[in-house]
Write a protein that binds this ligand. Sequence first.
Ligand SMILES: *Cc1c(COP(=O)(O)O)cnc(C)c1O
Length: 429
Amino acid sequence: MSPRETERILAFDREHIWHPYAPIPATVPVHPVVSAKGVRLTLADGTELIDGMSSWWAAVHGYGHPELDAAVTGQLGRMAHVMFGGLTHPPAVRLAERLVEITPEPLTKVFFADSGSVAVEVAIKMAMQYWRSQGRPERHRLLTVRGGYHGDTFGDMAVCDPVNGMHHLFSDVLARHVFAPPPPLGYSAEPDRAYLDELSRLAAAHAHELAGIIVEPIVQGAGGMRFYAPEYLRALRDIADEHGLLLVLDEIATGFGRTGELWGCDHAEVAPDIMCLGKALTGGYMTMAVTLCTDRVAHGITSGEAGVLMHGPTYMANPLAAAVASASIDLLMSRDWRDEVDTIEAILSSGLGGAAELPGVADVRVLGAIGVVEAREPVDVPAVQKLAMDHGVWLRPFGKLIYAMPPYVCTEDEVDHIAAAMWAIAESL
Ligand SMILES: *Cc1c(COP(=O)(O)O)cnc(C)c1O
C-alpha cells in the first residue's frame, strides 16, 4: 500500500471508526495490517510482527492455515449462510457432534451464539429460565468472584469485576449480583481456608435468591490475567451442588488448551452445568461462540411455562464459521497441542522468570501458553507497544498488564522473541 493511501486510511479511521475501549477521534495510533500469515502480521509499510496475542486468544493455529482456509472456501462454494429457524445444515450438526464429544460428559446440548458476549448472555438466560421453570423466579441472581470478565453486553457487565468492569458508569441499570472477593492468586498456592469459608457463607446466605454461580475457570482473563488454584473451582462445584445452583463456566478464553489442559475445568476435574466457548473456537477465523448445557438444564427450561429457550440470533450457526470451527478442532486434535503449549510455557517461564526482580515489576506469572508481567503502575500503552514492535513483536498491554498468549504453532525461536520483547518492556518500566 502506498504511504499516501495508508495515510488516507488512517486519517479516516481516526475520525470515524470506534476501536475497542477507545475514544473518538482516537488519541493513540492504530497500526494498519494488510495481511497475516503463519504467526506474523504484515503492516502497510512492510514491517512484519510476530503476533504475541493470537488476536485475543483466538488464532491458535496462526493465520492463513491451509486446512482452515480450505474449510472456509469449501463451505463458501456450498452456502455462506442460511437462517437457523426451521432449517439445519451439516456444518452445524458436525460441529455440535464434535463439541458434545470433546467437552465434559454431562454437556449434551449446544446453543450457537454469534459472539462470546452473547454466549454468556445465553448462559445467564438459561440459568434464569431454568429457575423460572421450577416455579422459583426469585432465584435470578448469580454468585461470582471479583476480578472476572464475561463480556461487554449489559447482562455480562453485571457479572464483570465491579471496579475495572466499570459498574459505576451503569450502576443504576445493571442487575445486582452477589460478589465474593477475587480468588487468591497463584495456581499452585495452598488453598486459603478463610477464603473457602467466605465462599460457602455467601452462597448459604443468598442461596434462596441465587440461580447459579458464574466464573472463568483457573484463569481470569481480561479482568486482570489472574491465575487461581483448582481447589477453589472444586469448592465452587461442591457449593453449587449443596445449594442446587447451576455452575456456569465461562471458558471463552481458557478453552481449547490455552491453560495446558483442554478446558480450564479439567485442572479441577469438575464439569459445569453450563459452559461458554468462543475465541479459539473458530481458530480466529470468524465470530462464533457456543453455550453448552446438560440434559437437566435443557429439560428444566423446556418443561417450563415458555417451553422454549428465548434466544435466536440472525446469524445463528453460520455455516462458514461452523465449518472452520470443526476444521480448527480437527487440526488441534491432530497435533500434539499439549506439547506445544508446554513448550511455550517453559520458554515464557525461563524467559520472564528473573523479571520479577526488576524495580517496575510487581509480579510475573506463566500458565500454559499465557505469560503475564504485571507492572507496579499502569503502563504507557503506545510507548510499550513501540518497544515490542522494535523487537518485531505485536503485544497489546492494558492497565498494569503486559501479557502474551502466542499461537500454539510458534517456533521456539518465535516464543523467545516474544519473551525478549516482554523482558525489554519490563526493564523499561
Ligand atoms: C472475550 C471474552 C468474552 C467475550 O467474548 P466476545 O467474543 O468478545 O464477545 C467473554 N468471556 C470471556 C472469559 C472472554 O475472555
